[in-house]
Design a protein around this ligand. Structure first.
Ligand code: BJ8
Length: 430
C-alpha cells in the first residue's frame, strides 16, 4: 500500500497565507520520512487506512485548500487547543473548527525565542508555529479560542493574541453545582462570540443537526475503539492514534463515514481472523497527556518493541469520544445544558478532585483487555504528572502493571525510553 507516499507541497497557497515558505518547505519531506518509518513500515495494515494516509499526504495542501475555499465563501475558520471548546456550536454557526495543538519539535526553537523554555512542549510547539509563520493551519484560521485549563496555556494566550485574535473561555477547575453553572454561562457567552464572528445566529434546528453530526462522529470512534479491543487486535495502536489525530482536521461528516468504513473492514478481519499482531502479543494501554500530530514517538517505540497498544485514555483518544450529548433538549437553553453536561464529563487533570479519571482509566484497562498501562506525561505538565501518583497507587491496588514516563518531542530520550519500555514488556511477559 502507498509505496509512493509523499506529503504534498503547495507553495503558492502558502504564500497567500503569508507563511515563511522557505523554512516550511523543509517540513513536508521530513514528515514524509517520519510517516514512512512509523506507519508504512507496518505489515498487513487495513486497506481503509489509505484514506487516513491520504489525509496526511494532503494535510498541508489539499486539506488547507478546502478550508481556504470554504473561508473565501464566507465560512470562518476557528482554531482550538482543547476538547473542552464546544465544536458543535462552531459547526452550527457554519464555522470550521480545527485543532491546533502542536506536536512537533520543529516549531519549538521559534517559541523559545519568546516563551520560557521550561514549559510544556505542546504549548511551545503551538505558539512557535504561529510566531514563526510555519504552519498553514495557524495561518488560515480567522481567530483562535483558548481556555483556562493549565497555567502554561492560559498565560500563553495573552501572548498569542499579539499574533492572531485570541479569545479565552474559562473552564472551571472543580465540578460542584456552582462550577457547572459557571460553565453553562461560559458556553452561552461562547455562542454569542461565535455568532458575532460568523455573523450568523445559531438556531435550535441548526444546533440540533450539529449535535447529531458530532454525536455520530463520536459514536463511530467508539465503535472503532471497541473493535480494536478484540484480542488479537485487528488494527495497530499507531494506526488508531493516526485516526484519532485526524479527527481534529477533517470534515466531520466525511471523517465519520471513513471511520465507519474502517470499522466494517475490521469486522470482516475479525471474522476472517486477519490480525495485525499474533495471538499472545503483549497488549498495552496508554493514558495521560494528548499526543498531537505528528507526535508518534511513544507509540512507535512501544510497538517496535513488540507490544500492541489497545487503548488511549487521552484527549486524542477516548476522552474526545467516550460521551455523546443527549438530544432531548426541547429549547436552546436545554440544548446548551445537555451540551455542557457532556463536556463536564471530560476528566482532564486540570480538575480537582479528579478521581473519576482514575476510575475511568481502570475501566478502560479492563474493557480493552490490556495487560499493563503506560502513563504518558509531557514534560512540565504538572497536573498529569502529579495525578500519575494517584493513578499508580490505584493500579498497584488493582494489581495492574504500571509505568509512568515523561517525555518531550526531542529524539534525545528515545534510547532511554526504549530500554524502560522493553523492560516493562518483559516484566509483563514473565
Ligand atoms: S481537556 S488534557 S486537551 S487541557 S499537556 S497543555 S494540560 S501542560 S493538553 Fe488538554 Fe484540554 Fe485537558 Fe484535554 Fe497544559 Fe498539560 Fe501541556 Fe496539556
Amino acid at each position: 500500500m502507498n509505496e509512493q507516499f509523499q506529503v504534498k507541497t503547495a507553495p503558492e497557497l502558502w504564500t497567500k497565507l503569508d507563511m515563511d515558505v522557505e523554512r516550511f518547505s523543509n517540513v513536508p519531506p521530513a514528515l514524509t520520512g517520519a510517516f514512512t518509518d512509523v506507519f508504512l513500515s507496518q505489515e498487513n495494515r487495513p486497506q481503509e487506512m489509505s484514506y487516513f494516509d491520504d489525509m496526511v499526504s494532503n494535510i498541508f495542501s489539499g486539506r488547507i485548500q478546502e478550508i481556504y475555499d470554504a473561508q473565501q465563501e464566507g465560512r470562518p475558520v476557528v482554531g482550538t487547543f482543547c476538547v473542552y471548546v464546544p465544536e458543535e456550536i462552531i459547526h452550527a454557526a457554519d464555522g470550521i473548527c480545527v485543532g491546533l495543538c502542536g506536536g512537533s519539535q520543529f516549531s519549538i526553537p521559534d517559541a523559545e525565542k519568546i516563551l520560557p523554555r521550561n514549559i510544556c512542549p505542546m504549548v511551545k510547539s503551538a505558539f512557535g508555529f504561529k510566531a514563526g509563520r510555519i504552519c498553514p493551519f495557524y495561518q488560515v484560521v480567522d481567530f483562535v479560542y483558548g481556555e483556562t485549563t493549565c497555567d502554561a496555556k492560559k498565560k500563553t494566550w495573552e501572548l498569542l493574541d499579539e499574533y492572531v485574535p485570541t479569545h479565552v473561555m474559562e473552564i472551571p477547575q472543580m465540578k460542584r453545582e456552582r462550577d457547572k453553572r459557571l460553565w453553562v454561562e461560559e458556553v452561552k457567552d461562547f455562542k454569542v462570540v461565535i455568532e458575532e464572528k460568523t455573523g450568523k445566529e445559531v438556531t435550535e434546528a441548526e444546533l440540533k443537526i450539529s449535535i447529531e453530526t458530532m454525536n455520530a462522529k463520536r459514536k463511530a470512534m467508539q465503535r472503532l475503539n471497541s473493535l480494536r479491543h478484540h484480542n488479537p487486535s485487528p488494527i495497530s495502536g499507531r494506526d488508531m492514534l493516526l485516526v484519532q489525530q485526524i479527527a481534529f482536521y477533517d470534515i466531520p461528516e466525511r471523517f465519520t463515514k471513513k471511520v465507519n468504513d474502517l470499522c466494517a473492514e475490521l469486522e470482516t478481519r475479525i471474522i476472517k481472523e486477519n490480525f495485525v499482531a499474533p495471538k499472545g502479543t503483549t497488549r498495552l494501554m496508554v493514558s495521560g497527556t494528548p499526543m498531537a500530530l505528528p507526535n508518534w514517538k511513544v507509540h512507535n517505540i512501544i510497538e517496535k518493541s513488540g507490544a500492541v497498544i489497545v487503548n488511549e485514555e487521552s484527549c486524542i483518544g477516548t476522552r474526545y469520544y467516550k460521551d455523546t450529548i443527549a438530544t432531548d433538549g426541547a429549547n436552546m437553553d436545554q440544548m446548551l445544558e445537555k451540551l455542557t453536561e457532556r463536556y463536564m464529563k471530560i476528566d482532564c487533570s486540570c480538575f480537582t478532585p479528579n478521581d473519576d479519571r482514575i476510575d475511568q482509566v481502570i475501566k478502560e484497562f479492563r474493557e480493552s483487555g490490556a495487560q499493563g498501562i503506560i502513563d504518558y506525561c509531557l514534560q512540565f505538565c504538572h497536573t498529569y504528572n502529579i495525578e500519575a501518583v494517584k493513578l499508580r497507587k490505584a493500579c498497584e491496588k488493582e494489581g495492574i502493571p504500571f509505568l509512568a514516563i515523561e517525555s518531550d518531542y526531542s529524539p534525545e530520550d528515545v534510547g532511554q525510553l526504549q530500554t524502560r519500555i522493553e523492560a516493562f514488556i518483559e516484566q509483563i511477559e514473565d
